[in-house]
Design a protein around this ligand. Structure first.
Ligand SMILES: Nc1ncnc2c1ncn2[C@@H]1O[C@H](COP(=O)(O)OP(=O)(O)OP(=O)(O)O)[C@@H](O)[C@H]1O
Length: 389
């Protein structure tokens, strides 16, 4: 990443490049989008967030030429989109919108088959593609293939909308508030499912939302839009939450930035601090010596596989068998700091033992560690999502 100024280029290969893009609708005094320059890297989800009317949807429609720019250029994979035939552009760019946009009088299968049929795929291949996509979005083909959109719940319609947008295997997906009409609980499930699909398909995705939480969850990068399609900050969710570029961005994030950062930080991205440990199978004198050599009231007893076996009171470290309290609070690598804090508060404990996928000891998180991370006194060792891929 370069700095956090508007119109940022990224170090990664851009799939979409917006170059001083502008759109002024006829008869409007203000431009809807003014001089917007932005690189959207290949295989990433870029979330556009910003208040209503700031030009997010207009920018999306410019990208797939549903509307034409007043000035500026758009490059798709290095090619000027105005030089591409519109049908070619539609094949390369899938579009999913809030209302799901399904054709009401066509079955689910016919809806999903729209682009493959336009592309002239053989019937058998279209049928296979429809079933593959339905399975991918978690809808059993035999049950849902022949239904009409009104016979589906809102969430199921959204899934079909996503499947349809993926139909022709586009390089790019434009998603305009695709989960906007879904209640919060189902929305979270759909977001998770979509991220799971994205780990496999690795599309370049522009995702419009007005919800900063959704942007943080979904985006590898977030572009915060201000007035007239001006990007006020373009950066990772972590950086936007930690270092908002200006007061506009800070106000848009609103309160609760610290808690949002907690839920973005996974334990496997942290250097979890060490805690004194004692091997359960060491002899009593050795246990006592190790326990006394440190200044904690309790040591963590580890079994032969280095799994936490109990909290051992330092002064009783030589009892046989070792007397200990059970370890209730352990969290795996995919848990977040938010989960750690939640556990500390709900289990009324100030320590959480971090373990790896096999349940082996990694370290111990204390309330103070969490506080230092929130305050920036300590930084996450951090392989963020960008570096991870
Ligand atoms: N067809 C149009 N004709 C004239 N003005 C338009 C047209 N479409 C959008 N606008 C104006 O352009 C500006 C940007 O609209 P746009 O829909 O891109 O915003 P948005 O950020 O997507 O908003 P929202 O979050 O409410 O969907 C707004 O002021 C809007 O009123």
């Amino acid at each position: 990443m370069t700095d956090a100024t508007p119109g940022t280029e990224t170090a990664e290969r851009p799939m979409i490049r917006l170059d001083r893009l502008a759109k002024r609708y006829p008869g409007q005094a203000q431009a809807a989008v003014e001089e917007l320059s932005l690189d959207i890297p290949e295989g990433r989800i870029v979330a556009f967030v910003g208040p209503s009317g700031c030009g997010k949807t207009t920018t999306m429609k410019l990208i797939n030429r549903l509307i034409e720019p007043t000035s500026g250029r758009i490059h798709l994979d290095g090619q000027d989109v105005t030089e591409l035939p519109v049908h070619e552009l539609r094949r390369r760019i899938g579009y999913a919108i809030q209302s799901s946009g399904l054709f009401p009088h066509r079955t689910v299968a016919d809806n999903i088959a729209t682009v493959p049929r336009l592309l002239g795929w053989p019937r058998q291949r279209v049928t296979e593609r429809v079933d593959e996509l339905l399975t991918m979005v978690g809808l059993a083909p035999a049950t849902y293939r022949d239904r009409y959109p009104k016979q589906l719940s809102g969430g199921q319609q959204q899934r079909v909308g996503v499947a349809r947008a993926l139909g022709g295997d586009p390089q790019v997906m434009l998603m305009d508030e695709p989960f906007g009409a879904i209640d919060p609980q189902n929305r979270e499930a759909l977001q998770d499912e979509f991220l799971r699909i994205q780990r496999t398909v690795r599309k370049t995705i522009v995702f419009v939302t007005h919800d900063i939480d959704e942007a943080c969850r979904m985006g590898d990068l977030i572009a915060v839009f201000g007035e007239n399609g001006k990007v006020r900050q373009y950066d990772t969710p972590e950086r936007i939450l930690a270092e908002p570029a200006d007061e506009f961005v800070a106000a848009f994030i609103g309160s609760g930035a610290a808690v949002r950062r907690l839920s973005l930080t996974r334990l496997d991205a942290l250097d979890v601090p060490e805690w004194p440990t004692v091997d359960a199978d060491a002899d009593p004198e050795r246990r006592l010596a190790v326990a006394r050599a440190q200044d904690r009231e309790y040591c963590l007893l580890l079994d032969a596989d280095r799994r936490p076996a109990g909290w051992l009171p330092t002064e009783e470290a030589d009892t046989e068998p070792p007397s200990h309290f059970p370890v209730f609070s352990t969290l795996g690598p995919h848990s977040t700091l938010f989960d750690a804090l939640d556990l500390m508060l709900s289990a009324d404990t100030s320590t959480v033992v971090a373990v790896d996928d096999e349940g082996r000891y990694r370290g111990v998180l204390e309330m103070d560690t969490v506080r230092e991370l929130i305050n920036g006194e300590r930084t996450a060792a951090g392989h963020g999502r960008l570096q991870e891929a």
